[in-house]
Design a protein around this ligand. Structure first.
Ligand code: PLP
Length: 394
């Protein structure tokens, strides 16, 4: 019987025994220069590297600390090669730069992580790469693909409203046409869902979020299945001179060891908060695929092993200023971007941001909550007082 993912997470990427003993954790190896015993030894390593092996002949290419996290991320995502980047956004940029050339077309889901649009407007467009956005819930992908489409870029669930998208028909349409499917898998962070298993070519994760789990580092991870995609990424990675600190890599690997228990607790807490919000008379809708009433619930059940701490909530008849007032009145939820750490966070997703989602028809925007590892009764009491305050002031 194959080992459970939780078991593999505890064992993957550990250092080999040194003789008959060894440490539990991989050492943090810091170096710029890799030194060699002889010119012959150096040439041998350079040849192996040129042959595609993830061998380091210079500090920029990482050390055994980096190899350990890469191995663990391949294990988690079911991939064959992993690349570590200085942030999640760098993973997205690297992937799109590596897979496109002037004249190419990229089709992206319209609810993608917002900075993708900045990359598009600021760099891809300038390089002659056209990006279009589509809504898989209301459009057939076949109608939006063009002869020059090279990449379909997906993120499921979507950012901000957590719409569930079915990757199966998307992958099928792309396979037939030789189009690469790139999935931003940060929501699941490899633990809850594996796009590569459904046929995506690349899965990328902001390790900044649940992998690290403690809001103390920035990191991106790209995982590939086949050698062709790995080779294109490796070439662009080298050209851009990307490098990640072994200290951050070590912290990410340390975070990964407890991701299973953290994720389950985040999901448990978030479901309790989601259920409480859903029955609140002031609440219009809760966006959380693990909630039975969520339109994406059946698909989430089919493809995902669990949920995380992220949810959004829309209120009945509250203006944007009142949405902000709720965020301000929350005592236990810090206001700030990002998520995936142990702490609860709140961030308004305003109507102008949501306008890019074709499926959005609301007016005042929503509050995106990250439900942390605090006690849920405390979090619910905090939400209750903040919502009551905004309603009283109305
Ligand atoms: C946060 C996030 C990113 C970017 O990660 P950073 O490490 O913050 O650059 C990319 N995609 C998604 C879905 C995210 O939530």
């Amino acid at each position: 019987m194959p080992l459970h993912l939780d078991t593999r997470l505890a064992h993957c990427g550990r250092p080999a025994m040194n003789g008959d003993s060894g440490p539990v954790n991989v050492p943090v190896v810091r170096t710029s220069t890799v030194r060699f015993d002889s010119i012959e030894a150096m040439h041998a390593q350079v040849r192996k590297r040129a042959g595609g092996l993830p061998i380091s002949t210079y500090g920029r290419q990482g050390t055994q600390t980096h190899r350990a996290l890469e191995e663990a991320m391949c294990e988690l995502e079911g991939g064959s090669r992993a690349f570590l980047t200085p942030s999640g956004l760098a993973a997205i940029s690297l992937t799109l730069l590596a897979l496109t050339a002037p004249g190419d077309h990229v089709l992206a889901i319209d609810s993608v992580y917002q900075p993708v649009r900045k990359l598009d407007a600021g760099h891809l467009a300038r390089n002659g790469v056209r990006v279009d956005y589509f809504d898989p819930l209301t459009e057939r992908i076949e109608d939006r693909l063009r002869p020059e489409t090279r990449v379909v870029y997906v993120e499921t669930p979507g950012s901000l409203l957590f719409e569930m998208y079915d990757l199966v028909p998307i992958v099928a349409a792309c396979r037939e046409r030789g189009i690469s499917v790139v999935a931003d898998n940060t929501w699941a962070s490899g633990y809850l869902f594996n796009p590569l298993a459904l046929g995506a070519d690349i899965s990328l994760i902001a390790g900044t979020k649940y992998v690290s789990g403690h809001s103390d580092l920035m990191l991106g991870v790209i995982v590939t299945r086949d050698a062709a995609h790995a080779s294109r990424l490796a070439t662009t990675y080298e050209a851009l001179g990307l490098a990640v600190s072994p200290d951050d890599v070590y912290l990410a690997l340390r975070g990964l060891r407890t991701m299973a228990v953290r994720m389950q607790q985040h999901a448990h807490n978030a479901l309790a908060v989601a259920r409480w919000l859903a029955q609140h008379p002031g609440v219009d809708r809760v966006y959380y695929p693990a909630l039975e009433s969520d339109p994406g619930h059946a698909l989430w059940r089919r493809d995902f092993r669990g949920a995380n701490g992220l949810l959004s909530v829309g209120f009945r008849g509250l203006a944007e200023t009142q949405l902000f007032a709720i965020a301000d009145a929350l005592a236990l939820f810090d206001i700030g971007a990002s998520w995936g750490g142990y702490e609860s966070l709140v961030l308004p997703a305003t109507a102008d941001k949501l306008a890019a989602h074709r499926g959005w028809h609301g007016t005042a925007g929503v509050l995106r909550l990250h439900i942390g590892l605090e006690n849920t009764a405390d979090l619910i009491a905090d939400l209750a007082q903040a919502i009551a305050g905004a309603q009283a002031a109305r």
